[in-house]
Each structure stands twice: as C-alpha cells, then as structure tokens.
Design a protein around this ligand. Sequence first.
Ligand code: HEC
Length: 188
Amino acid sequence: MKLGWVAVVLLGLASPAYAQQADVALLEMGMRIFKDALTPADGGAGCELCHNWNGVGRQHNMLFADLVPAGGNDLTKSTMTREQMIEMVSCGTFDGGRIMPRFYGDAWTNAYKCYGKTAAEDALAASAAGPPKRPPQPGMRQLAPREIEAVVAYVQAVYQGKSMSLDWCLKWYGTNSKGCDNWRPVVQ
Ligand code: HEC
C-alpha cells in the first residue's frame, strides 16, 4: 500500500496529465478527508458536517450552532475551478455569519497569501470593508497540501455538477449498507 502511494506520487510529479487523471486511490483518500472523523486515526476533516455526505450542503449543524450558523454551500452547484477550490479549502472564508474554515496551517501568511492578502493585510482592509475574510477557526484539523489536493479532486469528481452515484454511495457507506438502496437499480 505504501509503495503504491510512492508510485502514484512519483508518476504525478513526472506527468501533470497523469496527476489530473483523478486516480481512484487519490479520490478515496479525498473521501476519507471529507468525512467527519470518529477517531483521529480516521483522518476525517469534517467537511461532511457542513456540506453533507453527498455534497448538497446543510443549513444548520447543531455542533456549531452556538458558534455560528454553519450551513455549507451545495458543492454540486459549484462553478469553481480546481485552483479556486484549493484556495477556498486552504484559506477558508467568512462573511460575518457563515464560516468556511481554513484548513492549511500556513494560509494567510507571506508563504501562502489568501485572495492576495496576509492575515494582517486582511485585518487592515476589513475595517473599511466589513468583517475580515480570514475565518475564525472552529478547531478543524489542518491538512497537508496533498490532502487538500485529494479532497478537492474528490469534490470535483464526485459532487461538482453531478448527482450521487451508486458506486460512490457504496464507497461511503459500505457495500452492505441499506443507506444506498435509493441508488440501486430496481430488480424485478
Ligand atoms: C463549518 C462549516 C464548514 C465546514 C466544516 C466546511 N465548509 Fe466548505 N463551505 C462552508 C461555507 C459556509 C461555504 C460558503 C462560503 C462562502 O462562499 O461564503 C463553503 C464553501 C466551500 C466551497 C466553495 C463552493 C463554491 O463554489 O462556492 C468548497 C469547494 C468547500 N466549501 C469545500 C469544503 C471542504 C473540502 C471542506 C473540508 C476540508 C469544507 N468545505 C468544510 C462551510 C464549511
């Protein structure tokens, strides 16, 4: 398994076209990150809490209700490019009400500016133009750049512009789950 990953990473470096081919192992890694984590070893970052297991979004989540109304966007309707999604997941955003958390530890620094700004520049611009865009952090796990690329590849391959497939439903819930019955072809 580990060797397999090395091969995927090396091939990805050698050929950008291969990297964009949305390798299934990469997408499955993205799915694990998208899930809420039952244990830290699961590796989930909790996107599911606000965007729902099938990406269609959620209006409120009790877990964060006392912090902010936490509804996440419907990702099936997203028109973002890969680069825009990587920036959104790395940097997050805040409109004074809803939070999209930031998932990259170096975001909003000189090493990785967000929407062209560091945290200090964002705070400076904020007083003139509403609240800072840099979100308060509701304690989400931080992601490495390759984890951010994986979860974005998953969002683009499984949710964006699509409806849930039986294949990905079974990957999410497990083959024996009844949770995917709505997606199974009716056998007569
Ligand atoms: C606390 C709730 C919350 C969590 C957790 C969360 N999001 Fe979001 N997300 C939001 C909200 C709210 C927006 C809308 C932000 C805006 O445009 O103001 C958003 C927007 C997005 C968008 C942009 C969609 C578009 O086209 O406008 C993407 C992509 C996204 N989230 C992916 C993720 C991923 C991947 C994760 C997990 C690593 C995640 N989100 C975790 C709340 C959340």
